[in-house]
Each structure stands twice: as structure tokens, then as C-alpha cells.
Design a protein around this ligand. Sequence first.
Ligand SMILES: [Zn+2]
Length: 365
Amino acid sequence: MSDRGVFRGRLFGPGLPGGGVDAGGAWSGGEIRVTAADAPETLGSSPVVTAGGFNGTSLRLSWETPAGSFTLVLDDDGEIARCHDTAPPGLRPSIAAARSSRHRVDRRFRRGWILLVLAALLLSAATLRLITDSDRFARWVVDRIPVEQESRLGDLVIAQSRLQFPLTETGKEIGVIREIGARLTPGTRYRYRWFIAERPDVNAFAAPGGVVVVFRGLLDRVGSPEELAGVLAHEIAHAEHRHTLMVTVKSLGVRGIISLLTGDLSGGGVGDLSARLISLRFSRDAEREADDEGLRRLIQARIDPRGMIRFYETIERKGGGAPPPILSTHPATGERLQRLRQEVARHPGPWDPLPREWGDALRGR
Ligand SMILES: [Zn+2]
């Protein structure tokens, strides 16, 4: 039997141990052919397909033989999918039906859980206002938002941003941003997406779910790939610590929080996130955490961390008039720069210089 089209599960039946044996099944014509290490190959024609197991999360294929009835139980999503995709056309509908009943069970479980959360939330409308303002409550909610849900929130921010300004997501500069970003995010749980907002503001922000937006005005002020890396490291740190999600949750109110928890983003409960993010202010603690974590990531990637400091110094010096948004939303106070300098001084390198071509690409060459 070739390995292609083999789906693995546990086989139960006459002569087999009570706990079943590991077995591989494959479709052969209208029949299922099952082999297990210590059992003779069994053949079943037109097996009966049902959803089974605790919570109905597995797929069961049962068939009769002269020796008695056998059941192959598939637990893993991938194995179930392979079983479905390679099945004879006549059997596919019943496998698909069992699969969807399985998802229904998942959904029912999720609904039950959500109702529980809602009940807890609505217990007292008066205390609710109080707790939605608290960091601990926001953290509690944030810890319950799955990464996929957070990514959908990121999608929403991108869609909303596009209505307000053009977003560039291809080209040399994005290539450089992506390369630097990859070095700064080893082993991340997010699938990062990088954008340039075609706006003159000196700004950058991290949206939930690993979306990082750098403004054209900031790119134009960046003197080297290392300086850009400094900005990216800081924004990545905000993303990894879910700071944006945290502030979003805190500013949303009950309706938005319910939207986030239930996964229903269609009702407008989360409002105009994009506009919110552009002028977002984090707490001093969050900023300090992003600086420290950003620095740690730069050092780990062997990227010269002095770029981060240089960038802050440059834009602070060139200031004149109102500070650029990245400074007003990311207060680079003297104290903060001093902390960064002290920290960097403890790490003498050596550093791997970032490719010259990256600098050229950033200068539009
Ligand atoms: Zn920040």
C-alpha cells in the first residue's frame, strides 16, 4: 500500500486489544483497506460513517466482516480530511456530513462557553463599568482571545486603513522591512504582515495579529536599515506583548468586548479601529516594555541596537513645531533615551551589519 492517501487512526474489532491498535486505512475502489502492525489486513465494503467519541470530535468508519464488526476511529483533523478527500465519490457526502456535525458540536460548545461569559459579564452592570477600565480585566479578556481572532482584527484594521490612505505592500522597501522583521521575530506565533502607509506623518503602529504599518514620512527620515530595525523592533514588541489588543479592549466597552470574544466583528461593535490605532497612546509601562523587548530582539538578531537610539535622536532634533506623531504617541523623553543608552552600553557587540543594498532600497535607489 503506498503512503499517499493513507489515513491513520485506531482500529477496534474482534481479536484486537480493547484499546484498539494503530492502523492505516486507504480507499481501494469502494472498499476500505486497513493494515495494522500486529493484525491481518482487513477489508471492508461500504463502511458506515458516523461522528463519534467524546464531544463527537472523531470520525468512525465501521464495517462488518465474517469475523465480526470493525471500526476505524480517526481523531486528527488532517487524517479525517485525507480520508474524505480520497474517498470514493459515493461515500464523500456521508463523511462530509459527519465532519460538519463534528463542527456543529464544536460550535455548540463554543456557544455554551460564550453564554457563560456573557452571564458573568452581565451579572452587574454597575461593577461592569468599573472593571472594563481595569488593566487586570483587559488582560483577562486579552488572554482569552485566540490568535486567529486577533488576526481577523488585524484584517479589519487593514481594510479600514485602506479607506483612509493608500497602503503599499510590495516593492523593494517592503522587501527590506520584511527581511528585518523576519530576523526580529524568530518563532513567533503570528504571521506578520508589513505595510507602508502613504502618508507624510513620521509614524508607525502595530495593529493586532502581527500587522505592522510604517508611514512614508517615517521611512523618509530613516538614516539606515539599523534605524528602521530599531523602529520595527519596538513595534514588534508591542505586537508580541499584545499591547494594542490590550488598549483596544480597554477602549472598546462592553459591546466591543463581546464582539471580540464571540468572534462577531460584523456588528460594528469594535468601531473604527484604524483611526484609533493611529493616535494610540500606550502607558509608560507598555512603552518601557516595548523598548526593552525591542532592544532584546535587536541584540539577539545581532543588529546594532544603536540604530534605535539614533533614530529617536534624529527625529527629536529635527523636531521644530509640534513633535512628530511617533514622538507624541511614543514619548521619547530624555529619561527614556537615557535608559536606552545605558542598556545599549552594556552590549558592545559585535553586530552583523545589515546589507548596503537595503539602505539603497530605503533611499529609493
Ligand atoms: Zn511604542
